[in-house]
Design a binder for this molecule. Structure first.
Ligand code: GSH
Length: 251
């Protein structure tokens, strides 16, 4: 049983080394529902022992991270690993805990594709959607098109969120081992963790966004009711506090 380290007793690096020596995975991210929550969900559903931290001095931490950005997953072992980039972290968790990656090759491929499609949604939100830090990123017409356009015949850079959601809905309908709100037999693969994280970001902006997508709605409600999910949504899971809404409606 790891001995608790009183906060402030040791320099940060010693606290970190003790966490890794104690066999704990450590996730570092900001207290925002953006690129960290999917990894927190995956860790929580994986059964791995983990804890999270919010950087208390990001400017100092940034140059010590492998890619100069968060999220960051530190993995205990010899040598310990530091993995950044959300999709790499999720894929690593899927490799370390096979049920998280997908029980079969087909499920692995499904989980990876769901993850990547959600990343396409994230890229659109990053480009257009106001955040708590940046209330205006584009014209009102561009933001309206992001939410209302469902023309799937145009180049994907012109497509609205409804195109991605329709593709995910149809993928969920066709999922070979999915049923009743699951896209895989297990129902909480890393792809599904990223899917929930993405849908939750959208639902926080527009509460009825999933009404036209029954499979996604069923997934969102089932996955959202699981206790590892509830704990991450309500209090950040093993993070020191909750992930607050980041993407918001236009003022
Ligand atoms: N490709 C990276 C992007 C990560 C990223 O954009 N991180 C942002 C927060 S969401 C960050 O660390 N920004 C702070 C900075 O760059 O100083 C991923 O998918 O994890």
């Amino acid at each position: 049983v790891p001995v608790p380290v009183p906060v402030g007793t040791y320099p940060r690096i010693l606290v970190l080394m003790r966490a890794i020596a104690a066999g704990l995975y450590q996730l570092t991210y900001f207290p925002l529902w953006a690129k960290g929550p999917a990894s927190a969900l995956a860790l929580s559903h994986s059964g791995l022992e983990w804890r999270g931290r919010f950087p208390d001095d990001w400017a100092a931490l940034k140059p010590t991270t492998p890619w100069s950005k968060l999220p960051l997953l530190e993995v205990p072992g010899d040598p310990p690993l530091a993995i950044a980039h959300e999709l790499a972290i999720l894929s690593w968790i899927g490799r370390a805990v096979p049920k998280m990656g997908g029980a079969t090759d087909i499920e692995w491929a499904a989980s990876q594709q769901i993850m990547c499609e959600c990343e396409d949604i994230y890229a659109k939100l990053t480009k257009f959607q106001p955040t708590t830090r940046q209330p205006v990123k584009c014209s009102a017409a561009e933001l309206e098109a992001l939410w209302s356009s469902s023309d799937h015949t145009v180049h994907n850079r012109e497509q609205g969120l409804n195109v991605n959601l329709a593709l995910l809905e149809s993928f969920a309908q066709r999922a070979p081992s999915g049923s009743a709100g699951k896209l895989t037999r297990f129902g909480a693969t890393t792809g599904e963790c990223k899917l929930f994280s993405t849908l939750h970001a959208l639902v926080m902006i527009e509460a009825d966004v999933l009404y036209a997508y029954p499979q996604l709605d069923a997934f969102y409600n089932r996955f959202g009711a699981l206790s590892p999910t509830r704990s991450v949504v309500d209090s950040g899971g093993q993070m020191p506090g909750s992930f607050d809404q980041y993407f918001v409606r236009a003022a």
